[in-house]
Ligand binder design. Structure first.
Ligand SMILES: [Zn+2]
Length: 164
């Protein structure tokens, strides 16, 4: 039975190219190729198929038991062929896996955010270090600070003290 589809957050948009276990470092590196035939331009949303180049991107994912998981993503840059679009070249977006320029997957960031909200700064940083061995308090606080603020509720009754 192939466990990888259950362990990886990738759906059908990637193909597993390699898997290396570094037992000494308690780390697994999964190499993945992006395989979607086209990608929407982030500016005009027109599907682009003409590839410009490749590059490697490394992100940390949720651990597999005691193994730290690094995903090495072989992602692409595309030409936007829409003449009305100001963007000529763009990097493939992976909206279900990782935010642009992020160093950790969305699901790892989500778990670390939940830890930060439940435990606070220093305790959550200690627990999060178990998840990615690199999270410090500041990245976790940035995750918390990115949360939208709740809308304030309008008071039902305004007393005299509220005017003071
Ligand atoms: Zn475009």
């Amino acid at each position: 039975m192939d466990l990888l589809p259950y362990l990886l957050p990738l759906g059908t948009s990637f193909r597993v190219e390699g898997l290396v276990i570094d037992a000494a470092a308690h780390k697994v590196i999964v190499e993945l190729d992006a395989i979607a035939a086209s990608c929407p331009c982030p500016s005009c949303h027109q599907l682009a198929e003409r590839m410009h180049s490749h590059y490697w991107r490394s992100v940390v994912d949720l651990p597999w038991a005691a193994l730290l998981v690094h995903l090495h993503l072989h992602v692409r840059q595309f030409f936007c062929d829409n003449p009305a679009c100001p963007r000529k070249i763009f990097t493939e977006r992976l909206p279900t896996v990782v935010a642009p320029s992020a160093k950790r997957t969305l699901r790892l960031a989500h778990q670390q955010l939940q830890l930060s909200l439940a435990l606070g700064g220093n305790p959550s940083a200690r627990v999060s270090t178990e998840l990615d061995r690199g999270a410090s308090r500041n990245p976790l606080l940035r995750l918390v600070h990115r949360l939208p603020l709740p809308e304030p509720e309008a008071p039902e009754v305004i007393g005299l003290d509220d005017w003071a």
